[in-house]
Design a binder for this molecule. Structure first.
Ligand code: NAD
Length: 251
């Protein structure tokens, strides 16, 4: 239980990758703070399972983030994981969707980080982990906002890592390829429309076509890497962007 006594806030942890991360950190003794939307009864069950607190803050709202960070109290581990996608050609991309994607995927990690860093610096230990994406290293069409945020998140993370390099606080990105979660399921209809394809064609010829392993990454595989970054042995890994993408970005 190497995380006993540590407090971890994981944004977007009511489903998918964030939930797997929350489970992994709880399994090693961390006190887990959940964030995200979802069914009330399901969230209550998660709170029980993980002995966790939960904040339903909408992270596109800077004031809601400030309130959550203040009520949650100091954290030793911050995982910026909440994210959203919107799929459309750039000339049809709704400006309000652009703003929403930027707010959640890029601006929210800035706000949570700036609130979390003072305590980490004071104690001389901290872990900042940002869920980026293979789309932080490469692009696919029709995802202009998402790709811009994930590339931007890597630049932000590198900067914070350099600022904190001598403080005992590390900052890294994890960049998964396609992971089967609601985020992927929800983009299939729009991708079918944007590319004029069937559902099976989107899964096999667009999504899995990118991954040489020909299988989706599993949420627990991403969570295992986040857990590793929390170990003492990972203290010299900072400013990095770790791919877990079935070989996608090796091509
Ligand atoms: P998901 O849809 O299962 O989970 C998203 C989480 O974010 C949920 O808990 C949701 O409630 C929360 N959320 C959404 N909007 C929010 C808001 N405005 N405020 C607060 N919380 C909000 O998706 P996922 O696939 O687990 O995605 C998690 C992260 O992983 C995202 O940053 C995503 O970009 C990244 N990612 C996913 C994949 C993939 O293939 N699924 C690949 C690479 C990167």
């Amino acid at each position: 239980m190497f995380l006993s006594g540590k407090r971890a806030l994981i944004t977007g942890s009511t489903s998918g990758i964030g939930l797997a991360m929350a489970r992994a950190l709880h399994g090693e003794g961390a006190e887990v703070i959940l964030n995200g939307f979802g069914d009330e009864a399901e969230i209550a069950a998660l709170r029980d399972e993980l002995s966790a607190t939960h904040f339903g803050a909408d992270l596109t709202d800077a004031d809601a983030i400030a309130e959550m960070m203040s009520e949650a109290g100091p954290v030793d581990i911050l995982i910026n994981n909440a994210g959203m996608q919107h799929v459309a050609p750039v000339e049809e991309f709704p400006p309000e969707k652009w703003d929403q994607v930027i707010a959640l995927n890029l601006t929210a990690p800035f706000h949570t980080t700036r609130h979390a860093v003072p305590h980490m610096k004071k104690t001389g230990w901290g872990r900042l982990i940002n869920t980026a994406s293979a789309h932080s290293l490469t692009a696919s069409p029709f995802k202009s906002a998402y790709n811009a945020t994930k590339h931007g998140l890597v630049g932000f993370t590198k900067t914070v890592a350099l600022e904190l390099a001598q403080t005992g606080v590390t900052a890294n990105c994890i960049s998964p390829g396609y992971v089967w979660t609601t985020l992927i399921e929800n983009q299939i209809p729009d991708t079918m429309k944007a590319r004029g394809l069937t559902r099976d064609q989107v899964i096999n010829d667009v999504l899995l076509a990118k991954q040489p392993t020909k299988r989706f990454v599993q949420p627990h595989e991403v969570a295992a890497f986040a857990l590793f970054l929390c170990q003492e042995e990972a203290g010299n890994i900072t400013g990095s962007n770790q791919s877990i993408d079935g070989g996608w970005t090796a091509e």
